[in-house]
Ligand binder design. Structure first.
Ligand code: ZN
Length: 255
């Protein structure tokens, strides 16, 4: 099943996508009592929003061997975690904003996990029961600030630095999916989720020893090799098998 969040002029709604049509979800995707309502509108006519409203976004650095190597880093012995703020989120089609103060800004295609129910000290064996679905993410990063600052809050935390969507797939098996990033039609990243160093169940178990995971929370699982610069005028597309394509233009913004 594909679940989306969308806007039609009367505030954000959740919906279920079936054969190009959106059916309104009465309730939210994290409510077990939510029921699928009537046909609402054609998918092409809605403005899609990020498919979840997370309380937090936990990101994993250096979780593909080839990407750690390309930036000259060793693989971490344990998952390397950082946050992106919810204010960085944008939906499909919204521009990634490049400000004059920024340096070298990169795309990072990532598989995003959306948590479905509250959990702490989750075991690896039961971890996938806490997943509501999967979506595409672009962990946009300013490499100059990342190198300069010990913490990555500035490098990773600008508004618009987290395109997420276009919707969430609840039925895909995340173990071995193709993940790609194209910039202006040129393939920059092309890998498989089977190459993750720390698996999704392992990440959920590990993170939940630190903090309570809440419904709607997002885990970005790391980016494969092939990251590179994006500049105003570019079009970035992240495609994950069984989910879809997340497309965002890049634009200059003065203030
Ligand atoms: Zn990343």
């Amino acid at each position: 099943m594909f679940l989306c969040r969308y806007e039609m002029g009367s505030g954000p709604q959740y919906g279920v996508i079936n054969e190009g049509k959106v059916y309104r979800l009465n309730g939210d995707p994290f409510d077990v009592h939510a029921v699928i309502g009537a046909y609402e509108v054609d998918l092409a006519e809605v403005r899609l929003l990020p498919p979840t409203v997370p309380s937090k976004i936990i990101c994993v650095g250096r979780n593909y061997v080839d990407h750690a190597k390309e930036l000259g880093n060793d693989l971490p012995a344990e998952p390397l975690l950082f946050f992106k703020p919810p204010s960085a989120l944008i939906g499909p089609g919204v521009s990634i904003a490049i400000l004059p103060i920024m340096g070298e800004v990169h795309h990072e295609a990532e598989l995003a996990v959306v948590i479905g129910k509250q959990g702490r000290f989750i075991s690896e064996d039961s971890a996938l029961e806490y997943v509501r679905g999967y979506t595409c993410a672009n962990d946009v990063s300013d490499r100059d600030f990342q190198r300069k600052d010990g913490q990555w809050t500035r490098a990773k935390g600008f508004d618009t630095f987290l395109p997420l969507g276009p919707w969430m797939s609840t039925s895909v098996d995340s173990l071995d999916l193709s993940i790609r990033c194209e910039v202006n039609g040129e393939v920059r990243q092309d890998a498989r989720t089977s190459l993750l160093v720390f698996s999704i169940p392992m990440l959920i178990a590990h993170i939940s020893t630190i903090m309570t995971l809440e419904p709607g929370d997002v885990i970005l699982t790391g980016t494969p090799a092939g990251v590179g610069r994006i500049i105003p005028g570019d079009m970035v597309r992240v495609t994950i098998e069984g989910i879809g394509t997340l497309e965002n233009p890049v634009a200059k913004r003065v203030s």
